[in-house]
Design a protein around this ligand. Structure first.
Ligand SMILES: *Cc1c(COP(=O)(O)O)cnc(C)c1O
Length: 432
């Protein structure tokens, strides 16, 4: 059986990425042509892929007091933010830079929540001046700081407290954020004290309560456990005389990288509301902050094979993308599907380690992948729409990749490839 014939027509979990004959297509455009036209490494996103994933959330939210806040850190490119802003989404930001991006992309500050375990004075001031919906505060000390900055500006700061619910999201330890030993949030045992403290701070207005337990979560159970903890706290806090206007349940819904079967946004939201209703809390305003599940499977990273090399132990395919372009494999040993842009017949298939040119042994993109390759072939690394470009760096003085948004038969360059001038900008040499 030929390799090409054995490839699936559509790739599970990637509705807008499919094979037509030997060609891997992103919507109506062949990946190999995009690589030729725009160069590699190249991030390519399907507009329909992003919009369809966003619509799955919007559809489930309809008729419910549920507000969607896209987690910008998953993919913060302006055109991506613009697509979501146009669909009426708000945003979850974790830095002043991300807030600036949202505003530049036409996002509405009144629908922005500002999360993060450490916010500078300037970031707090920028958020208050912009008029964000709320600051998610993660410690007592930050609460005092936000109050002080708001006082200096003559403003009242809307705040929500992020609680660490101490539940295990059953995901990779680096992306677990709601366990007791993580740096995130205020311990449950300190939550009431923290809310009580708010009452004594004149420049704060308490809006809600917030949790975010982790990322790439593929089961509903941990979310329901976290929700139960939140509802217990809401009960106690409101008994203390403080009204909570919203519950922010964070993001973290997983996607299919290999054979995971995460719940759909609709299943997740239905389960949350079922639990809320069973506790008599179905009227509560809920915020969700999905990131990965909105953009992850709408994007691929295209790269070209520079060198095929055999050592005594292994076959290596050295490609022109590297850990600075896509950090997830190096950082979390993440597995992402790798597909040839043009499938060959499989006659020369080998198990390759697909690696980048960066001077680190950790610089690999996929290990032990059965591929039939020649030098100059184009490869697509799938599921690269989230935590791909957003985590890219200039390590080894490598310019960051270009980005293209495909819309049917159109390809829009949404970010230029970084040039050497871009990389050197802002640097100063010593006087001779
Ligand atoms: C990262 C993050 C999210 C989004 O997580 P995803 O796994 O991308 O959905 C949401 N909220 C907060 C506070 C985050 O830090």
């Amino acid at each position: 059986m030929s390799h090409a014939a054995s490839l699936p027509e559509t790739l599970p979990g990637h509705p807008h990425i499919a094979r037509r004959g030997a060609s891997l297509m992103i919507e109506s455009l062949p990946a190999s042509e995009l690589a030729q036209r725009f160069g590699t490494p190249l991030y390519v996103y399907s507009r329909a892929g992003i919009e369809q994933a966003a619509r799955a959330y919007s559809d489930a939210a309809r008729g419910r007091p549920l507000a969607l806040r896209y987690a910008v850190k998953a993919n913060s490119s302006l055109a991506v933010l613009q697509l979501l802003a146009r669909q009426g989404w708000g945003f979850d930001v974790v830095s002043g830079g991300e807030l600036g991006r949202v505003l530049a992309a036409g996002g509405d500050a009144a629908r922005v929540v500002f999360s993060g375990v450490g916010k500078t004075r300037d970031e707090i001031a920028a958020a208050l001046r912009a008029g964000v919906q709320c600051l998610n505060v993660e410690s007592l000390s930050e609460l005092e700081r936000v109050d002080r900055v708001a006082g200096e500006l003559g403003l009242v700061a809307p705040v929500s407290l992020r609680i660490n619910p101490d539940v295990d999201p059953r995901t990779h330890p680096y992306i677990s954020t709601g366990l007791r030993n993580n740096k995130f949030g205020i311990a449950q045992t300190q939550a009431r004290q923290a809310y009580a403290r708010c009452a004594g701070l004149a420049n704060l207005r308490v809006l809600g309560i917030d949790v975010h337990i982790g990322s790439q979560i593929t089961q509903i159970g941990p979310y329901l456990d976290a929700l139960d903890r939140v509802l217990e706290l809401v009960h106690d806090i409101e008994r203390d005389g403080i009204t909570l206007h919203h519950l922010d349940l964070g993001g973290g819904l997983g996607i299919r990288y290999a054979d995971e079967t995460p719940p759909s946004p609709g299943e997740w939201i239905d389960a949350l509301y079922e639990r809320l209703q069973s506790r008599g809390q179905g009227h509560r305003q809920v915020l969700l902050e999905p990131g990965r599940s909105v953009v992850g499977n709408a994007g691929v990273l295209l790269c070209r094979v520079l060198t095929l090399k055999d050592t005594l132990e292994r076959h290596f395919a050295v490609v022109d993308a590297a850990m600075n372009d896509l950090m997830r494999p190096a950082l979390y040993e993440a597995w992402q599907r790798i597909e040839p842009a043009q499938a060959r017949d499989g006659g020369h298939s080998r198990r390759y380690d697909v690696v980048g040119p960066v001077c680190e042994s950790g610089d690999w993109l996929g290990r032990d992948r059965l591929l039939d390759l020649r030098e100059d072939d184009v490869l697509a690394i799938l599921s690269a729409g989230a935590y791909g470009m957003a985590m890219a760096s200039n390590y080894n003085t490598r310019g960051r990749a270009a980005e293209v948004l495909v819309d049917g038969e159109q390809a829009h360059l949404i970010r230029e490839r970084e040039s050497l001038d871009d990389l050197l900008r802002g640097e100063r040499m010593l006087a001779p």
